[in-house]
Design a protein around this ligand. Sequence first.
Ligand code: ADP
Ligand code: ADP
Length: 227
Amino acid sequence: SALVDLRGLEKVYTTRTGDVHALSDVDLQIEEGEFLAIVGPSGCGKTTLLKILAGLEEHSRGSAAIGGHPIAAGNGDVGMVFQKATLLPWRDILSNVLLPLSLRRRPTAADRQKALDLLRMTGLDEFSGKRPHELSGGMQQRAAICRALVHDPSLLLMDEPFGALDAMTRDILNVEVNRIWRETGTTAVLITHSISEAVFLAERVIVMSPRPGRIVDEIEIPFGKER
Ligand code: ADP
Ligand code: ADP
């Protein structure tokens, strides 16, 4: 059975000026280990969908489950990467990467090793003791990916992770993400405005359309994705 199972999902935001129908009739299954990309114009509900998967936003109707369990606030076993790396400026890179774990418990030696392994995988091992401002934008975003993966989430969610970077850095990071996905076997969901990025990274691309936000097309990208 699928890792992620969304059925008849609806999302309505209630605002002072009326209801906003952000998602309608979303049926989506994501297999364990799959890489899924979501594309579509601004306002089609991409971020809302990702927030529901992360347990950051409640849905209005339908069902949403990860690993057979209904998604509820706080139980989200997910790692998230946003457009901005949002690293804590006064902490070094290693402790930023460890943050999802240190919020729950005192990190163990094994936790530190896991963080250092991720930093090595992304070429940041020499920067573990540096502060975020000492790293380039691309390196900070790599650190944010390490932070999202340090607690072995069942799902890696990325919301336009490289949208703020220059084209060359973006291309390099796309190659990195592809390698990380193959090496970790993680299930990944990526929001992007770039069709070429979606086709390069994902095995399946869903296309959304606004007013109300819904899935209007689905494209399989089978080539070149073997692990
Ligand atoms: P994007 O298109 O990249 O998702 P937006 O500008 O649409 O960015 O949204 C940025 C943030 O503002 C999101 O977190 C979204 O949930 C929130 N947002 C968008 N529209 C509204 C709104 N009408 N009222 C309150 N918050 C909103
Ligand atoms: P996308 O990420 O594709 O740009 P969003 O999920 O941000 O789309 O937004 C989908 C719709 O829901 C838009 O009409 C947006 O204005 C609205 N919206 C998003 N967040 C909020 C919010 N917190 N409150 C009210 N409306 C919102």
